[in-house]
Design a protein around this ligand. Structure first.
Ligand code: G6P
Length: 615
C-alpha cells in the first residue's frame, strides 16, 4: 500500500524513479510524485492519477539530478489530488518527504504546529511529519547530514502510528535518510549507487543485494555506502540478503493482464508449492521450515489461523481441510479483529498467519500480539524476506512467484495447497493411516493437471460471462469446503467488476439472501459431486423456483445438473476436501471475463491496493 523508491548515485534519477514506481504501481495508484536535487535545490513534480500522468508532467517540465525520492499513493488521509500527493515539504521548503503508513496522532501534532504559525498545503498526515522534521532540523542548528538524521529521529519519536519514509534535504545533497516502523523498507545495495524502496520489485532490475530494514531502523543512504542505526541509537544488525528473482516472472508476457497470466500460471505454481514437500516413505508431508518437531506439532491441540482478504478465505478452506484430515480443531480470525480482541488462547495453540505479501499490517500485528503472549506463530507467506516471513517462528513459503494483479488468484491456490500439506502432515501425526495419507498425496498431485483442463474452458466461460455481465447483483453459494470458495468467488467479482456479489452458505441463503432472488439476479452454485451434492441441488431448486438464473460449477459427467442450471462449468472429480482447488478456478475466470467485458481496469481496480500496510 503506497510505494516508495529513492535513488542516490550517478545516473539520471527521474527515469529510474519513474520506472521503479511503475513496478510498484500495484501498491497504490491514486497519485504519484518525486523530488530531486537539481542545481542546489529540491525540485518536486507530483500529479493525481496513474504513474503515466506523472511521466507526462515530467516530459512537460523535466528535472535532472542524480538523487531523488518518489512515491505512488493509496490515499488514507486526504482525497487523491495534486496537493495531497507526495512528496511533501516542510515549512522552509528545504526538506522533502515521502511516506507510507499512517501518523495516527497527526491531528494533535498539526494543531500544535498551526498554533505556532505553520501553514499546510495539504490534508495529509505526511505533511505534518515533514513540518515536524523541518522544525527539529531548524532547532538543532546543524545544517548537515547528522543534523538531518537527528531531526528525523526526534520527529519520529513524537509520532504514533506506522511509517516507511524517505527524506531529502537541500543542505545534504549527498544523502537520503530513511526509516521504518510497520511499513516495509529495503535498501538496494549497488556499486556507486544505492536504492531505498518499500518493495524489492522496484530495485531488482538494478541490484540483487538487499538489506531488509527492521522496525525502528533508520538508514543514511549515500552514493558509496549506507549506515543503519536504531531509532533509540542502539546498534543495528545489518545483513545483506541476495534477492532471488526471475525478471520474467514480473512481466505480463503474451497475456493482456497480469491477472489472466497469474490464473494461467496456477498448474505450475501449485506444482512449485508441492515440490520436494512429500515424504513418500511416511505418506506424509516434509515441511522443514515449520521448525517444529513431530512431538511439538502433535502437542498442539488447536490452531488459530489469522489473515485478511483472499488469504482469509484460504484460511477458511484450510480450516475445513485440517479439521477433516487431521481432526485438530481450527479457528479462523480476521487479523483486524483478532489483534484487538483478547480471546482466551490455550498454551498448546498454534498460530498460523497467512499472507501473500507478508506485509499486511493487521496480519503482522495479530501475529506479533500472539507471539508477545508466548504462542508459537508460523507464517504462510509468498514474498520471501517479507516482515511476517522474517518475524514468524517458522513457516512455509507458498512459492507462487510475484503476484502483480491486485486481485489475488495464484497465491490463493498456493496457500490452500500448503494448508493441504499441513493438514496431511498433522493428519499423519494423528488419525490418518499410511494408506489414507498416500491416497491424499495422489489426489493432491493430480490437481495441477486438472486445473490445466479447467483453464482450457476460458473461452466458454467468457461466453457465459457475456450473458451475465449486466447483472447488478450476484449470489455465490456453496457448502462445506466450497462455502469459502463462494466467498472468494464473490470477492473476485466485486473487486474487479464492481458488481455487488454476496457469498453465502447455500442452505443458509434461505434465511435472508433468497429475498434478493429474481430474474435479474444470477446465483453461482458451487455444486461438485461431493458428499452433500443432493442437498446442494435442492438449494438450487429453491432459487429456480423463484425464477433466479443459475450458473453451476459441477463435476464432469454430472448430466443431471444440466436440468437444474442455466449454465454449467465443469471441473474434474477429486476428493471432497480438495475440491476448492478446482472449483475456485472457474470463478476466477468468470470474474475476470465479466470485468474485461465491462471495460474495467482488471489489474488496478479502483480504491484497492495489493499490499495493505495500514490498518
Ligand atoms: C489486499 C489485497 C488482497 C489480499 C489482502 C491480504 O486486500 O488486495 O488480494 O488478499 O490484501 O493480503 P496478504 O498479502 O496479507 O495476503
Amino acid at each position: 500500500m503506497c510505494g516508495i523508491v529513492a535513488y542516490i548515485g550517478a545516473r539520471p534519477a527521474a527515469p529510474l524513479l519513474v520506472e521503479g514506481l511503475r513496478r510498484l504501481e500495484y501498491r497504490g495508484y491514486d497519485s504519484a510524485g518525486l523530488s530531486l536535487f537539481s542545481d542546489g535545490a529540491i525540485h518536486t513534480r507530483k500529479k493525481v492519477g496513474r504513474i503515466d500522468a506523472l511521466a507526462a508532467l515530467l516530459r512537460e517540465k523535466p528535472i535532472t539530478g542524480v538523487v531523488g525520492i518518489s512515491h505512488t499513493r493509496w490515499a488514507t488521509h486526504g482525497a487523491p489530488s495534486d496537493a495531497n500527493s507526495h512528496p511533501h515539504l516542510d515549512a522552509s521548503g528545504k526538506i522533502a518527504l515521502v511516506h507510507n503508513g499512517v501518523i495516527e496522532n497527526y491531528q494533535s501534532l498539526k494543531d500544535d504546529l498551526l498554533r505556532e504559525g505553520h501553514v499546510f498545503a495539504s490534508a495529509t498526515d505526511t505533511e505534518v511529519l515533514a513540518h515536524l522534521i523541518g522544525k527539529a532540523y531548524a532547532a538543532n542548528g546543524r545544517p548537515d547530514e547528522r543534523g538531518l538524521l537527528d531531526a528525523v529521529r526526534e520527529a519520529l519519536r513524537r509520532v504514533v502510528g506506522t511509517y516507511g519514509i524517505a527524506v531529502l534535504c537541500e543542505d545534504c545533497p549527498g544523502a537520503i535518510v530513511g526509516a521504518r516502523r510497520g511499513s516495509p523498507l529495503v535498501v538496494g545495495v549497488g556499486k556507486g549507487e544505492n536504492f531505498l524502496s518499500s518493495d524489492v520489485n522496484a530495485i531488482v532490475a538494478h541490484t540483487r543485494d538487499a538489506v531488509y530494514l527492521s522496525d525502528n531502523d533508520m538508514v543514511m543512504l549515500k552514493t558509496d555506502d549506507f549506515q543503519v542505526e536504531r531509532l533509540d541509537e542502539r546498534e543495528a544488525k545489518v545483513q545483506i540478503s541476495r534477492i532471488e528473482h526471475d525478471a520474467r516472472a514480473s512481466e505480463k508476457g503474451e497475456f493482456p493482464h497480469y491477472m489472466l497470466k497469474e490464473i494461467f500460471e496456477q498448474p505450475q505454481t501449485m506444482l512449485n508449492a508441492m515440490r520436494g514437500r512429500f515424504n513418500r516413505d511416511e505418506a506424509s508431508a516434509a515441511l522443514g521450515g515449520l521448525n517444529m518437531t513431530n512431538a511439538e506439532l502433535r502437542a498442539m491441540d488447536r490452531i488459530i489461523m489469522t489473515a485478511c482478504g483472499t488469504s482469509w478465505h484460504a484460511a477458511l478452506v484450510g480450516d475445513y481441510l485440517i479439521e477433516e484430515v487431521s481432526r485438530v480443531p481450527c479457528e479462523v480470525e480476521y487479523a483486524s479483529e483478532f489483534r484487538y480482541r483478547n480471546p482466551p488462547i490455550d498454551k498448546n495453540t498454534l498460530i498460523l498467519a497467512i499472507t501473500q505479501s507478508g506485509e499486511t499490517a493487521d496480519t503482522l500485528a495479530a501475529m506479533r500480539e500472539a507471539k508477545r503472549k508466548g504462542h508459537k506463530a508460523l507464517g504462510i507467506c509468498n514474498v520471501v524476506g517479507s516482515t511476517i516471513a522474517r518475524e514468524s517462528d517458522g513457516g512455509v513459503y507458498v512459492r507462487a512467484g510475484p503476484e502483480i494483479g491486485v486481485a489475488s488468484t495464484k497465491a490463493f491456490t498456493s496457500q490452500v495447497t500448503v494448508l493441504a500439506l499441513i493438514a496431511l502432515h498433522l493428519g499423519r501425526l494423528h488419525h490418518l493411516s499410511a494408506i489414507q495419507g498416500a491416497r491424499f498425496i495422489e489426489e493432491l498431485e493430480a490437481i495441477p493437471e486438472k486445473i490445466a483442463q479447467i483453464l482450457k474452458q476460458s473461452d466458454a466461460i467468457r461466453t457465459i460471462a457475456a450473458r451475465y455481465k449486466d447483472a447488478r447483483d450476484f449470489l455465490y453459494l456453496g457448502r462445506q469446503a466450497n462455502y469459502p470458495v463462494a466467498l472468494e468467488g464473490a470477492l473476485k467479482l466485486k473487486e474487479i467488476s464492481y458488481i455487488h456479489a454476496e457469498g453465502y452458505p447455500a442452505a443458509e441463503m434461505k434465511h435472508g439472501p433468497i429475498a434478493l432472488v429474481d430474474e435479474q439476479t444470477p446465483s453461482v452454485f458451487i455444486c461438485p459431486r461431493d458428499a452433500i451434492h443432493e442437498k446442494t441441488l435442492s438449494n438450487m431448486e429453491e432459487v429456480r423456483a423463484r425464477r433466479g438464473r443459475l450458473i453451476a460449477i459441477a463435476t464432469e459427467a454430472d448430466e443431471e445438473i444440466r436440468r437444474h442450471a442455466d449454465d454449467v462449468i465443469c471441473v474434474p472429480a477429486t476428493i471432497d476436501p480438495l475440491y476448492p482447488l478446482l472449483t475456485n478456478i472457474p470463478l476466477q475466470l468468470l470474474a475476470y471475463h465479466i470485468a474485461v467485458l465491462l471495460g474495467r481496469d482488471v489489474d488496478k481496480p479502483r480504491n484497492l491496493a495489493k499490499s495493505v500496510t495500514v490498518e
